[in-house]
Ligand binder design. Structure first.
Ligand code: DC
Length: 233
């Protein structure tokens, strides 16, 4: 690992492959990878399990009251090669990726009290630097001083295609149209919410990966990271 540790903030729309490249970069640099979306998803799972959010209702007050009872932790998983998320000591890494969680997460992520709690935890996780964190507000709110900020985009259709393929491979029974609808709805909710909407930080570098292979994307980002690290000397 290099001696010159930096913070790498990767923001962007859902299913832009942020987490894939963030994990690759973290591994290559010997940095810690933090999936901030997993934290919003775990709180959403808690709300669903406790019927605080349903198709027709969202009891925000009760969720806010219960926030102090929700403990989130990341633990490195040898098999996965990254840290899995634990909700009150239960590994929920798989369950939080299911469509039912995706369908409600933007509503939960729009609650300011939820954001305050998670931003504090994220800042603690990154206080030693040498971290790659992906999400929606990492370069704007969580680490406004990050040395490298990236903003990933790709067309909604391309993103839905990738997410659909991923879910199909896992055996999830979903329809492409349903995935595309979820992707566009979340884009809308994430960019129009009042608290910390998804926007590109002024000093972020935008990467449209619609037609980049994973390999090309990885090398583009790694070169950018190495350039910034070299400048810290
Ligand atoms: O990255 P993801 O799709 O797993 O994120 C799930 C949701 O969480 C996303 O729709 C918006 C929200 N989110 C957020 O508001 N802020 C973050 N830093 C990360 C995710």
């Amino acid at each position: 690992m290099t001696d010159h540790k930096i913070t790498i903030a990767i923001d962007g729309f859902s299913s832009t492959g942020k987490s894939t490249v963030a994990k690759q970069i973290a591994k290559e640099l010997g940095y810690v990878y933090v999936d901030s979306g997993a934290m919003y998803r775990a709180i959403t799972l808690y709300a669903l399990r406790n019927s605080l959010i349903t198709e027709t209702s969202f009891d925000k007050e009760s969720l806010i009251e219960k926030l102090s009872e929700i403990k989130l932790k990341f633990k490195f998983d040898e098999n996965l090669g990254f840290a899995a998320i634990y909700l009150n000591d239960e590994n929920v890494e798989d369950e939080i990726r299911q469509m039912k969680v995706s369908n409600f997460v933007s509503q939960v992520a729009a609650v300011p009290e939820v954001r305050v709690k998670l931003v504090q935890q994220q800042q603690l996780l990154g206080k030693e630097k040498a971290v790659v964190m992906d999400g929606r507000d990492i370069g704007t709110v969580v680490f406004p001083d990050a040395e490298l900020k990236l903003f990933m985009t790709a067309t909604a259709e391309e993103r839905a295609k990738r997410r659909f393929k991923e879910m199909e491979e896992k055996g999830d029974k979903v329809k492409y149209d349903e995935v595309l609808k979820n992707v566009t709805e979340r884009d809308h909710l994430d960019t129009t919410r009042e608290d910390s909407p998804l926007i590109k930080a002024d000093d972020a570098i935008e990467i449209d990966n619609s037609s980049l292979t994973l390999e090309e994307q990885f090398h583009t980002l790694l070169n950018l990271a190495n350039e910034v690290i070299a400048k810290q000397k």
